[in-house]
Design a protein around this ligand. Structure first.
Ligand SMILES: *Cc1c(COP(=O)(O)O)cnc(C)c1O
Length: 233
């Protein structure tokens, strides 16, 4: 098996390549190493090889790793978040990528206010409308964003996040990413207070090159860095 170091260097080259193909600067794209199920040694190896940002989808796992590594990494919560888990991560995350309902906003507001933090969040959008996917439908996003802007002072919306459909059809994947970018432009044009559309979190191991071509600013890459996940470990 290839080492994490080698994998990272390959992923970084691919990111550079996709950026130059799209006429973008590589500094516009943050590589978020998805460390879910990965052990602490591997996380440390990623850190030693220049990774600055990591994504976890389970609050408990994020907590456990944070306790060992702390603020040497920026921790992103990328999975769907239960309201009763917010209190465990609120002081640890630099961004939550899965804002998708008001009850979650209420809890983030409550916990963030307690510790005097303002939490950057991305609204998760279900562009492909697959029933299995989390996130708001496109047509719901603008109203939701307006509401958050008015009601939740300790939340800053910093952009949007989506997952591509599970398909080999590149056009369909591309259309999903393009849809998110267009939605982000529409929202940006509204100039809503406490809302910016700086980040577009889209693209995983399978499709991050397409996502970069379509404007992604954060790619969430797990398998291509750490190898296939073993959930039974
Ligand atoms: C697991 C996961 C990823 C990474 O997926 P890979 O295919 O391993 O790169 C990205 N985003 C989310 C939300 C995930 O849960």
């Amino acid at each position: 098996m290839e080492s994490i170091k080698e994998n990272l260097s390959k992923v970084r080259s691919s990111i550079d390549e996709a950026c130059s193909k799209a006429g973008r600067d590589s500094s516009e794209v943050t590589l978020l190493a998805v460390t879910k199920t990965v052990d602490i040694d591997a996380v440390n190896e990623a850190l030693e090889n220049g990774v600055s940002d990591v994504g976890e989808n389970k609050p408990q796992e994020l907590m456990r790793k944070y306790e060992q590594i702390g603020d040497k990494l920026n921790w992103h919560l990328i999975g769907s978040l239960q309201t009763n888990k917010v209190k465990y991560i609120i002081d640890k995350v630099s961004m939550i990528h899965s804002l998708d309902r008001e009850s979650l906003c209420e809890e983030i507001q409550k916990q963030a206010e307690k510790i005097g933090r303002i939490i950057p969040c991305l609204v998760q959008v279900n562009i492909s409308r697959e029933e299995s996917k989390h996130g708001l439908y496109m047509e719901e996003v603008l109203d939701f964003v307006r509401k958050v802007s008015i009601k939740y002072k300790n939340i800053t919306i910093s952009g949007l996040m989506t997952m591509a459909p599970n398909t080999e059809d590149e056009d369909e994947i591309r259309a999903t990413f393009r849809g998110l970018k267009e939605l982000s432009n529409e929202i940006d044009a509204q100039n809503i207070p406490n809302v910016n559309m700086d980040e577009l979190s889209m693209g995983m191991s399978h499709d991050y090159k397409i996502a970069i071509e379509e404007g992604s600013t954060m790619v969430r890459v797990g398998t291509s860095i750490f190898g296939a996940r073993n959930y039974n470990k």
